[in-house]
Design a protein around this ligand. Sequence first.
Ligand code: ZN
Length: 260
Amino acid sequence: MIPKPAQYLLRCDDLCPTASRPRWQRFLSLIEEFKIQPILAVVPDNRDPDLRLSPPDPEFWERTREMESAGATIALHGYRHLAQSRGSSLVPLHGMTEFAGVAGETQRLWIHAGLAILRGHGLNPRIWVAPRHGFDLHTLRALREEGIDVLSDGFARVPFHRGGLTWIPQQLWEPVEKPHGLWTICVHPNTAKDSSVDRLREFLRDHAAQFTSVERVLTEMRATRLSPAERVYEALTLGRVQARAMRKRLLGRLRKTRAA
Ligand SMILES: [Zn+2]
């Protein structure tokens, strides 16, 4: 059997009414031009000063509702987007996160409140996107109890089933051509450089037809437990991503010391 060519998902993180509107507009134009059905990771009750970049946009919720109607999938992106907990995550990429390590009842309250806020704005949150990849077994249980059974994270090349949820992997932070598998490209509209937007446009010119949606992934690709080979691939990729993040942090520190 010849494996199918790669499929891609676009995920846009850190959306909220005070996210930078002009910076978000750069991606909105691409999403419209290429008719992409992205994952929109929305922070329900943002308290993170890094995401207070514009005065609150009175059209934010309405525009997000329209995008959902056009096929975007709404993701619950944490609760307040604060990273105050030092707990170990199921996808350990950051020391401090919002959810990993927080008591189970608190996590359930936050998830419940976050979903209620998004639903109160007429959105239908379908999946979970953890801020800074921070989530643990308590998070998975709280999500299940609140009726969310899909998340976007992990480094396999196919959707899989773990901890009672379907995991749609997210492995890329910029477009990369891949021969097979399902690849989620996560972008941060608030901080992305113009050159990254240009790269994404180039990629979409060649590959727009290979972009899928969460809805299609869930109906077309049956998630099962990961095969041993895929688990090895997942572990190796996690190691590579951790090493890259460490190198970046060290270089940043070195530059600061040199500048001082
Ligand atoms: Zn975030």
